[in-house]
Design a protein around this ligand. Structure first.
Ligand code: SAM
Ligand code: SF4
Length: 334
């Protein structure tokens, strides 16, 4: 056994003592929707296909991560279901001995078609972005149709995914009259609901800032109608949960702006072009693609990952420096 494999489990500790055990893997920066707070209208500056990591390259990097103690990976994007053969890639990743949990974030437009194959491939959990249940408003926010998303959710349920989490970006003047409708929808379908604060990123940062809503306001609004009790959610990530009394509904609040959770950050992000981003809100990164294509060995790759974790910054500065992040969420892997 060489030095690297004996380091295993303890290798990915960053300079602030945080253990990195979770990778968000962007398999494409393209998307079949255009949520206004995520991708600017007419945006076309996508990564060239020859720069996309291949399935072999992705598997290699994730394998190296798992051998260094990473146990969980989330497929994201852009929209991960627009990447060809996503179920095959999922199967390859779930076959890696160290990977305990492969999950997916999706807008669900194509989920109807993929849910069963993804479930068979071992994807264990699904998060679906859904900001409105009103078809016209959904179209205004995303540029797309609501019905395929609802069909996708039903297909995911039928395929056996549980829990299914709905991620709703809470936006002042956009969907702040719909929180209770979303609560009722999630109670009815046995989904978990999570509210998210908008983050200023790239060319959409002004929109995100204009419609920013502190989630304390949402919580207060809900507590006028429902009795909220403390809730727990295994593997709930940075969300803080409450439960509505006498229901199964758990509601999570993801508050990157009003109460950031950087001190417990356990993740890094790998973008479709093989850039490893150490923080969503900072530019610290390591380009893995040239190394992979120049014939780096497995041990050198692991050494590179260990060194990269040493560059992880302490925290994002979305609140103090909202103009700082020039990348879009869809580029980094949200
Ligand atoms: N396309 C998939 C989806 O929408 O779930 C996965 C990628 S998307 C970038 C991941 C998450 O990022 C979504 O829940 C989306 O709402 C969120 N998101 C995108 N831009 C954001 C922003 N500026 N502020 C807060 N959340 C954002
Ligand atoms: Fe696409 Fe997801 Fe961004 Fe919406 S939030 S534009 S669905 S990547």
């Amino acid at each position: 056994m060489n030095n690297l494999t004996t380091q295993n489990e303890t290798s990915l500790i960053d300079p602030f003592g945080r253990r990195i055990e979770y990778v968000r893997l962007s398999v494409t920066d393209k998307c079949n929707l255009r949520c206004f707070y995520c991708m600017p209208k007419g945006f076309k500056d996508f990564e060239q296909p020859e720069h996309w990591l291949t399935h072999d390259e992705i598997e290699r990097v994730i394998k190296a991560f798992t051998e260094l103690g990473v146990a969980r990976v989330r497929l994201t994007g852009g929209e991960p279901l627009v990447r060809k053969n996503i179920s095959q890639l999922s199967k390859r990743l779930t076959a890696l001995p160290g990977l305990k949990d492969l999950s997916l974030s999706t807008n669900a437009v194509l989920l109807d078609k993929h849910a069963s194959d993804l479930h068979d491939a071992g994807v264990s959990r699904i998060n679906v972005s859904l900001d409105s249940l009103n078809p016209e408003r959904f179209k205004e926010i995303t540029g797309g149709e609501l019905q395929p998303v609802l069909d996708g959710l039903i297909a995911a349920k039928q395929a056996g995914f549980s829990p299914i989490k709905i991620n709703m970006v809470a936006m002042k003047g956009i969907n702040d009259d719909e929180f209770e409708d979303m609560v009722e929808f999630c109670i009815k379908h046995d989904f978990t609901l999570r509210f998210i604060e908008t983050m200023p990123m790239g060319a959409t940062r002004e929109d995100a800032t204009d419609h920013y809503l502190d989630l304390q306001t949402v919580k207060q609004q809900l507590s006028q109608r429902y009795e909220l009790v403390p809730g727990v959610m295994p593997g709930g990530g940075p969300a803080r949960y409450v439960q509505i009394k006498n229901t199964n509904l758990r509601i999570g609040f993801i508050t990157p702006i009003s109460q950031h959770f950087c001190e417990t950050c356990n993740r890094v992000r790998l973008s479709v072009d093989g850039t490893l981003y150490l923080c969503l809100g900072q530019d610290d990164k390591v380009e893995l693609r040239p190394l992979l294509r120049d014939g780096i060995s497995d041990d050198e790759l692991k050494t590179t990952l260990i060194k990269a974790i040493g560059l992880k910054p302490e925290k994002h500065e979305f609140k103090d420096k909202p103009d700082q992040v020039i990348r879009l969420m869809s580029m980094t892997g949200g």
